[in-house]
Design a protein around this ligand. Sequence first.
Ligand SMILES: NC(=O)c1ccc[n+]([C@@H]2O[C@H](COP(=O)([O-])OP(=O)(O)OC[C@H]3O[C@@H](n4cnc5c(N)ncnc54)[C@H](OP(=O)(O)O)[C@@H]3O)[C@@H](O)[C@H]2O)c1
Length: 279
Amino acid sequence: MLGSDIQLFFQRKAPESYHTVGITRKDVDLANLELLAEFLSHLKPHIIIHCAAFTDVDGCENQKEKAFLINGKVAECLAKYAQTADTQLLYVSTDYVFSGDKGSPYGEEDPIAPINIYGHSKRAGEVAVLELAGKGAVIRTSWLFGQNGPNFVKTIANKAKTDGKLKVVNDQRGCPTFTVDLAEGIFHLVEAKASGIYHLSNSGECTWFEFAKEIVKEADIENVEIKPVPTKEFPRPAKRPPISILSCEKYNRLTGKPLRHWREALRAYFNTPSPEYNP
Ligand SMILES: NC(=O)c1ccc[n+]([C@@H]2O[C@H](COP(=O)([O-])OP(=O)(O)OC[C@H]3O[C@@H](n4cnc5c(N)ncnc54)[C@H](OP(=O)(O)O)[C@@H]3O)[C@@H](O)[C@H]2O)c1
């Protein structure tokens, strides 16, 4: 979902000096670290934006080995290459490295305390990238939605159309982030040759319930009943942080280009024809 919007942004809006190559599973299976190292030595990238991950948060709980391989070891392999080839490496990470107990927005230096395997495995990837002093950047983001991939916006819009009745969790707060906006933000970080940790999400915050109400409104779906429910009504294998809003002050200071409010981004998502997003 994010990777394709990054590819599109760089191909359409970045200066011509960027020659962008989108890498998918068809090019290389990341689980094969030897093959990955060989692949990199042939491709010789100057910049790597690493968006691939094992993103099934619940699936990670009983596939711990796969989670640490794809989310941790792959980043380690990329970092090793970046070290020797003097390559800029940007690793996309998650708000789920935090416990969600702080009660206010998380800054980059706040204590890490993942409460699920996905968060632990993404933290392993962060550590590998951060060891690349001066050349490695970790970009933590949250609650992604975009045209290319299953996500909450599509799920809610589809369910609202077909069922007309929804129950949505109202005790988890975060910030939805449009992959098109995140792609542009990542471009600015590349241009600034940023290293270290940056939080980057759309502005504002909400619960999943509030997000769902806005989705139904923006999608123009009428006569939908949405009921707010507590997390405990939807027991899932992986725990979720209750409040994982990211403070993006550091990014805003560096670039002077804060991402717009998530409501505005959601409107743009519904107002943009899908083919625009098919690279
Ligand atoms: N989605 C969110 O809400 C969210 C929130 C915070 C942070 N993030 C982070 O943001 C980044 C992008 O997320 P996303 O939602 O755009 O992810 P996504 O749509 O799930 O895409 C992940 C990509 O990784 C690829 N991949 C996984 N294992 C692979 C392997 N062994 N070999 C080659 N490719 C492999 C997948 O390929 P296949 O499709 O072929 O499996 C897929 O294209 C990730 O790092 C994620 O951790 C996401």
